[in-house]
Design a binder for this molecule. Structure first.
Ligand code: MG
Length: 184
């Protein structure tokens, strides 16, 4: 008799926990992503604190689309390190081929969640590659971070966008207006 498979059901908590665990295993600290957020937003909000930046990064990481992109990207980086990809794909991902843009497309699924400000911020950090992004881009260090660098930039850009939307909502509430903030 055939063994019946246990029906699949999504365990959201496990996926959320795995996202945090794997970012950490790949050497990325929440604080480092928050530092990118601070860099992107401090000129607009001089009173912005690191605690706020960390909080916003953590909120972005609670989104399912974000968790899916993080885990997918990290998995592909790891498979590339292990040499387990289809040879042609293996060469492109392990060498971070400039004409291979799927890493950026995957990152877009993160910035998409928070609207167009996210795209602008993502483009900015992607060009500048400050802080943790410089380390992730350093090919001499060994590990493959073809996907992770874009993912980290996209999380920071999304957290920045979330702050911008939130600050607007706060201003409206202060003025006694009803806020229509969409960026949860
Ligand atoms: Mg990349």
């Amino acid at each position: 008799m055939e063994h019946s498979k246990i029906p699949y059901s999504l365990n959201s908590k496990k996926v959320a926990d795995a996202t945090r665990v794997w970012l950490d295993k790949r050497g990325v600290k929440i604080e480092e992503i928050a530092e990118l957020v601070m860099l992107l937003q401090q000129k607009y909000y001089p009173d912005l604190t690191m605690e706020e930046c960390i909080h916003n990064v953590e909120q972005v990481l609670t989104k399912r689309e974000v968790q899916n992109a993080v885990l997918t990207g990290i998995q592909l980086d790891i498979l590339a390190e292990q040499g387990l990809l289809i040879p042609e794909l293996q060469d492109m991902i392990s060498n971070d081929e400039g004409l291979y843009g799927v890493d950026e497309i995957l990152a877009f699924s993160i910035v998409n969640v928070y609207g167009s400000i996210g795209f602008t911020n993502y483009g900015y950090v992607d060009k500048l590659k400050p802080g943790v992004l410089e380390r992730l881009n350093d090919k001499s260090l060994g590990p493959v971070h073809t996907f992770l660098d874009d993912i980290v930039g996209a999380i920071a850009a999304s957290a920045s966008s979330r702050i911008a939307h939130r600050k607007q909502a706060e201003r409206e509430i202060e003025k006694g207006e009803e806020s229509a903030d969409q960026a949860k």
